[in-house]
Design a protein around this ligand. Sequence first.
Ligand code: SF4
Ligand code: SF4
Length: 93
Amino acid sequence: MDKKTSKQIPIGGIIDKPKTSLLNKTGDWKKMRPVIDESKCIHCAKCVLSCPENCIAIKKDGKRGDVNLDFCKGCGICAKECPVGAITMVEDK
Ligand code: SF4
Ligand code: SF4
């Protein structure tokens, strides 16, 4: 990616190309990752709401979707918040 000079940066530092953060796979450095036991999940969406990276999807039918591991940082909050213990943190190899 070409670096901009100070004269090329938009006035006010506004973001002229939105969504570029999607190119930064912030989940690269995680040590742990969540594994969801579908047989235990009651689709309460508590993990979706508690994930600080917003990387657990919610589907159109209101059910919990998959974890986007490209952006999951392995913090384990979802596993702590799950009321039925459906999420286990495992080593990310
Ligand atoms: S481990 Fe953390 S970042 Fe990853 S899905 Fe759970 S709450 Fe989100
Ligand atoms: S918090 Fe647990 S039970 Fe609720 S949607 Fe997430 S995995 Fe399923």
